[in-house]
Design a protein around this ligand. Structure first.
Ligand SMILES: Cc1cc2nc3c(=O)[nH]c(=O)nc-3n(C[C@H](O)[C@H](O)[C@H](O)COP(=O)(O)OP(=O)(O)OC[C@H]3O[C@@H](n4cnc5c(N)ncnc54)[C@H](O)[C@@H]3O)c2cc1C
Length: 454
């Protein structure tokens, strides 16, 4: 590998420039998913939009591969590369909340933990990821699902403006009135169009919530009742279905630790005087094996998985989108749930009906507005050998769900070998996305993503 000339870059950026010869390189090159053990030629930890412009120009001028990294959670490993440039936004984490207009502007390297903490101080929130260390950048540009999705829409539906550095190094402020096409593409089209240095979101009144997990035996009837719960309940009820092995937590009897079960993680943002009704609905889903549900600040519900999935584990994911959760699919979850390979391997079903479905399929780049459930099949292991042994398990699981799933899926739950699905992921929006790509990135500088080739 010939080292690119970084001297000028070192002088022109305010953040850090780290090459293999520099101390800190081992840490700087690491990404969340340990499967991707890559060696970039240089990692630029940008301090501001100026550094982003400089780094994009450097990669373009030297013909180097460019990987953009926000929270580093890309399962497909899009936040790193061999021999190229990594643009790490991880130190750009400022947030400004305007409680009057109920909006927040957050820099491109923020995590959802940063964001929720900042907005909670004002009793406000928007849809974000269910793990606090996930980045707002990758999650929002891919779509963005979380506990508030039924009530508030996807994260990208709440994106009202963005500052973007495109491939030619130019800086764009895009809003509904100004470069609206670019904003449209950022709402689900992934990192294809440029580097977002700051995102502006619409916020919603959400302060303390009724939230937490309830575990049940892994039984098709429990999942059928969960399906009914989603059909019948108000959009203020966020409720993820999880299928996996019992975690070693004190509120679950020890005999269930490591045994297959299912669970519902509830996040009720409706009136507090209806908490008991929500608790009663949870009790009706099936025999409760363990429960930890109470009034908590909204940011806390998004930390429940944090300890289970720290950085450095080995992931390989598959995704499905479906209009329904038919009995056939439920049988598949019960069958494969019984052979879940590790406690960290949680299959998660996100309900995305309600507000997500009230946005038109062409209104944002995220096109599957008829889908009501989005599933992440996510075997996660502590060793490389472990994940290699589970690839076939998740491929079989995914194949068994195929008859009940849409052709495309949600890019953020897909791995790198799902590139062939990109067109299907965007349905009729694909043509417009490709035109946008030709306009803003004709040479495909931003290609480490679920790539829309120009
Ligand atoms: C533990 C875990 C939990 C998750 N939970 C959820 C969830 O609850 N809901 C959900 O919808 N998804 C979830 N995901 C999937 C998640 O949305 C994707 O992995 C997403 O890519 C993570 O974004 P990031 O910024 O952390 O990733 P990174 O690896 O930093 O970035 C991934 C890609 O996103 C693009 N990108 C990132 N930041 C920017 C930016 N500022 N400007 C332009 N492009 C950018 C780039 O193409 C980049 O390569 C989860 C993933 C993990 C591993």
């Amino acid at each position: 590998m010939v080292a690119p000339p970084v001297e000028h870059l070192r002088e022109s950026v305010r953040g850090a420039v780290t090459t293999p010869a520099d101390p800190g390189y081992e840490q700087a090159r690491k990404v969340y998913n340990a499967v991707h053990d890559k060696h970039p030629a240089v990692v630029v930890s940008a301090a501001d939009a100026g550094d982003v412009i400089e780094t994009v120009g450097f990669a373009r001028e030297h013909g180097l591969t460019l990987a953009v990294r926000g929270g580093s959670h890309s399962v497909a490993g899009h936040g790193t590369c061999d021999g190229g440039v990594v643009l790490d936004l991880g130190r750009m984490r400022g947030i400004r909340v305007d409680p009057q207009t109920r909006t927040a502007r957050a820099q491109g390297g923020c995590t959802w933990g940063d964001f929720n903490h900042a907005t909670h101080a004002f009793g406000l929130a928007t849809t974000g990821g269910v793990v606090s260390t996930t980045g707002i950048g990758g999650l929002t540009t891919g779509g963005g699902m979380g506990y508030l999705a039924r009530r508030c829409g996807l994260a990208c539906d709440n994106l009202i403006s963005a500052d973007v550095v495109t491939a030619d190094g130019s800086f764009h402020v895009c809003t509904e009135d100004r470069e609206a096409d670019l904003l449209w593409g950022l709402r689900g089209g992934g990192g294809n169009f440029g580097v977002v240095t700051s995102f502006e979101y619409r916020l919603h009144p959400v302060a303390d919530i009724l939230g937490g997990p309830t575990f049940y035996p892994l039984d098709g009837d429990v999942i059928r009742r969960y399906r009914r719960l989603i059909e019948d309940s108000a959009d203020e009820l966020g409720a993820l279905l999880v299928v996996g092995l019992g975690p070693p937590v004190p509120f679950l009897p020890e005999r269930w630790h490591g045994r297959p079960l299912c669970g519902v993680i509830v996040c009720w943002t409706g009136p507090e005087d209806q908490d008991d009704r929500v608790r009663a609905m949870l009790a009706e889903l099936g025999p409760v094996l363990g429960q930890y549900v109470g009034r908590i600040p909204y940011p806390v519900i998004n930390t429940l998985f944090d300890e289970l999935v720290p950085p450095g584990l080995f992931h390989y994911w598959k995704a499905t989108l479906s209009e329904d959760l038919p009995d056939g699919a439920i049988d598949v979850h019960v069958e494969f749930g019984a052979t879940t390979p590790s406690i960290q391997s949680v299959t998660t079903v996100f309900p995305i009906d309600g507000a997500c479905g009230r946005v038109g399929p062409a209104d944002t780049a995220f096109s599957y507005r008829g889908a009501r459930f989005s599933t992440a099949l996510s075997p996660t292991m502590t060793t490389r050998e472990g994940i290699d042994a589970q690839r076939q398990w998740v491929r079989d699981y995914h194949a068994a769900l195929e008859p009940y799933s849409a052709e495309g899926g949600y890019v953020n739950f897909m791995d790198g070998d799902d590139q062939g699905k990109v067109r299907a992921n965007y349905l009729d929006n694909y043509v417009r996305l490709r035109e946008l790509k030709r306009r803003y990135d004709p040479d495909n500088l931003f290609r480490l993503n679920h790539n829309i080739a120009p």
